[in-house]
Write a protein that binds this ligand. Structure first.
Ligand code: FES
Length: 167
């Protein structure tokens, strides 16, 4: 499989390949395709935080699946980014608990600070702003996620402070 890829095609690092072996062990060998979601997640981490068409094709070859099967999974779940995202992917929950606790003001503070709206990336490539459904942290609403980290019990002032402290 590897020889068929051109030099610029995405491919897993040796560390990621070792990780795939650990992932496959979680599933019965006759259902290797069940590992598709964690493999896509790994690919997204490996390939810059998003899944390009080339990355999806690579995963399809790697999993020995038809490309359409990989595309349909990657396009169904919102945790897979099919467009390039900034260095900081800010996902703001606007679902009911967060909305009741003030997510509108959080969104407004982010828009004013970053100069971008939902679905947009700042011109310097640092920030992508996304609106998401419940992230399961309703008890500490309103909240948002930046890359892998949750930030909870937010106020507009807090969220601006968090943004300004990012390296
Ligand atoms: S509604 Fe926002 S985390 Fe659940």
């Amino acid at each position: 499989m590897e020889q068929e890829l051109n030099d610029n095609a995405p491919r897993f690092s040796p560390e990621a390949l070792a990780r795939t072996e650990e992932i496959f062990k979680r599933y019965p060998p006759e259902h290797r395709e069940a590992a598709l979601m964690p493999i896509l997640h790994l690919a997204q981490r490996e390939f810059g935080g998003w899944l390009s068409p080339e990355a999806l094709d690579y995963v399809a070859r790697f999993m020995k699946l038809a490309p359409i099967r990989v595309h349909e999974v990657a396009s169904f779940y919102t945790m897979y980014n099919l467009k390039r995202v900034g260095r900081y992917h800010i996902q703001v929950c606007t679902n009911i608990s967060c909305w009741l606790c003030g997510s509108d003001a959080i969104v407004e503070a982010l828009r004013a600070r970053l100069g971008i709206g939902f679905g947009q990336t700042s011109a310097d490539g640092r920030f992508t702003l996304a609106e998401v459904e419940c992230l399961g942290a309703c008890v500490n609403a309103p909240m948002l996620q930046i890359n892998d980290d949750y930030h909870e019990n937010l106020t507009p002032e807090k969220v601006v402070g968090i943004i300004d402290q990012l390296p």
